[in-house]
Ligand binder design. Sequence first.
Ligand code: 13P
Ligand code: SF4
Length: 309
Amino acid sequence: MMISDIQKKIIELKKEKNAVILAHSYQAKEITEIADETGDSYALSVAASRYKDCDAFIMCGVHFMAETVKMLSPDKRVFLANEHAGCPMAEQMDPVMINQIKEKEPDRTVVAYINTTAALKTVCDVCVTSSTAVKICKKINNNKILFIPDCNLGNYVSKQLPDKDIMLLQGGCPVHSAVKLCELEAAKKRYPDALVLVHPECRPEITEAADYVGSTSGIMDFAKKSEYKEFIIGTEISITEHLQYECPEKEFYNLSKEIICPNMKLTTLIDVYKTLQNIDNGNAFEIKMDNELITKAKACIDEMIRLGG
Ligand code: 13P
Ligand code: SF4
């Protein structure tokens, strides 16, 4: 079967099952092509909550993203297309550890990057995404913040908001934090006319040397709207490919060929097809969360939305 044959079958099946396919921007092109919504983690969950009449969501992304959709649309069935796709950063810290820190630092507002498990969100006060982190932290009515788990994103936020006292822990994305300054310098030397666009999960020396820092959607929007013609992309290499398709008249280069998220790469078109086929027989991976967990974990997402995130 050709890719386009499976895509056609998926489109038929999703109509038959009244399902909506959500694809994070790091997914392969053959998946984003059949998705109803594509975007960064925040855009996807907000978009999902607008589908009032569907029966199910299929998330092509990682586990915490499917959990977020479930929290925002608890009456819908939510499936993760590949059950093994998790985000290692989301698993780095657990509620017991954060509660211990809270006991020592009781006057801090605990800010959780959305790349966290629902269990961890239950002990946090407000959620942020890479596209809303600075805006939300600025609006928090407390200068003392504990920002978890990503110390690179937290560091970027604290540089933008010097008046805030932001406590960080050692956590972060193993993929983005592996990007090296020497790679950025080599790319700039090779492509001197290119702008450098990076994700805030990169280390401080990378974000400081960049021309633009933003979420996956932020990077894509910036590149599309920019009058510049060449860009060095400092996030998952799929974004470079998507941008090249969308703007064939511009040139996009990978900051490093090693910015590959193995978890985001797990999901295949066949996974999406099989999830749809198995949606009613118990063989698809459904996100199950009890109401108490949803209520407790969702409080910090609601707070993010209240603060305008
Ligand atoms: P975005 O919110 O920018 O989509 O980031 C999610 C992510 O996992 C990036 O590594
Ligand atoms: Fe998690 Fe990093 Fe992969 Fe994003 S790129 S899903 S933060 S491991």
